[in-house]
Design a protein around this ligand. Structure first.
Ligand code: GH3
Ligand code: MG
Ligand code: MG
Ligand code: MG
Length: 340
């Protein structure tokens, strides 16, 4: 699937962002953290902390409570907001069928960078405020350095663990949703996606198109060129289909053996015909030799299109049936053609 680059778990020393208006305190913190083997970036108020956070992507933020311009509590809240915005952005991309998956996005909640508040304010209200503002932990000044060392280590370890969980989750999602041979969505993901789009488009009253496409005389291809060559052919066709279905919500899936399905939300029939024609042409242009085909010397496709405005009285099965009947007609009428 697109955008599935694995999460990087960096081997660089962890980067710690220190926000404190007290220059001596910053110096002490830097020296201590560097001795621990961390990299340090310093700023002297909450505002600068936000800027440095965005540009440096630290692994941990150490933030003072009282600072000019923006205090540590507000800074914590703002950092939380940045994390929420990132999550919203990831969620917005989730809907894209060829993009990331829901569960992956939810686990990103945990990817938030930990914040450790170091402050002289140790009254109960300040402690509550710190945690309620989004701090992950709290230590008081004067600093008990051994305690700080352990808290920092633990927060960094936890963050690292969440990243590993996230990577494992992504790998699992990939296995569960992607066809092993062709790297497009598998049947399971196709079913899920079609059902979920059906419901949302029934609400929007927008058209949903489905293309079913089947490789012509593929059994003869396998017989002539061998099964491994058949596999390569399937991979090529899948890649071409995926490349051709460019819209954000389009999903290309392997529907069965040598049959692919393209789910196209918000797509009326005329547009679906254009996409189908582009797919037919693109596959033809790759010129995969097929001497045993009765319709061409190259691999060709038969494509059937169905379009419906989803409703709660009808079901995705009706749309599949429509596209399947069109595909059947395409085969009946001689293959290498599009029927709607
Ligand atoms: P038509 O034009 O009517 O579609 O004829 P066809 O030969 O393509 O259709 P048929 O359904 O008779 O044969 C489909 C072939 O696809 C048979 C099967 O061996 C092959 N096939 C299915 N999955 C795979 C696969 O993963 N790899 C390979 N190499 N072949 C596959
Ligand atoms: Mg201060
Ligand atoms: Mg078939
Ligand atoms: Mg076939």
């Amino acid at each position: 699937m697109s955008g599935k680059s694995p999460i990087k778990i960096s081997n660089n020393p962890p980067l710690i962002l220190v926000a404190d208006d007290d220059r001596t305190m910053r110096l002490l913190l830097r020296e201590f953290m560097e001795k621990e083997g961390y990299q340090v970036v310093e700023v002297n108020n909450g505002k600068q902390c936000l800027e440095a956070y965005i540009s440096n992507k630290p692994d941990l933020v150490l933030v003072d409570g009282i600072m000019p311009e923006m205090d540590g509590f507000t800074c914590c809240k703002e950092l939380l907001q940045i994390a929420k915005n990132n999550l919203a952005l990831a969620l917005a991309n989730f809907d894209s069928g060829n993009g990331s998956f829901g569960n992956t996005v939810m686990s990103k909640l945990w990817e938030r960078t930990p914040i450790l508040m170091i402050t002289g304010l140790d009254d109960p209200q300040s402690v509550d405020r710190a945690f309620e503002s989004g701090a992950s932990d709290f230590v008081t000044k004067p600093i008990h350095w051994a305690v700080l060392r352990q808290r920092v280590r633990r927060l960094l370890q936890q963050a690292q663990l969440y990243k590993q969980l996230e990577a494992a989750n992504q790998a699992l999602q990939q296995l569960a949703n992607v066809d092993g041979l062709t790297a497009v969505a598998n049947r399971r993901h196709f079913d899920q996606y079609l059902n979920s789009q059906w419901l949302s488009l029934a609400q929007d009253q927008s058209p949903l198109s489905l293309i079913l496409c089947d490789i012509d005389y593929f059994k003869r291809y396998n017989d002539k060129y061998g099964h491994p060559a058949g596999d390569t052919c399937l991979q090529k066709v899948a890649t071409v289909l995926k490349y051709t279905a460019q819209k954000k919500y389009d999903l290309v899936a392997r529907y069965g053996g040598e049959e692919f399905a393209i789910v196209m939300p918000y797509t009326p029939a005329v547009s679906a015909v254009h996409v189908a024609a582009a797919m037919q042409a693109a596959v033809r242009e790759v010129e995969i030799e097929h001497k045993e085909s009765f319709v061409s010397q190259f691999i060709t496709l038969s494509l059937g299109i169905g379009t419906m405005i989803p409703s709660f009285e009808t079901s995705p099965q009706d749309l599949i049936l429509m596209a399947d009947q069109a595909l059947y007609q395409a085969k009946e009428q001689g293959r290498n053609r599009i029927i709607i």
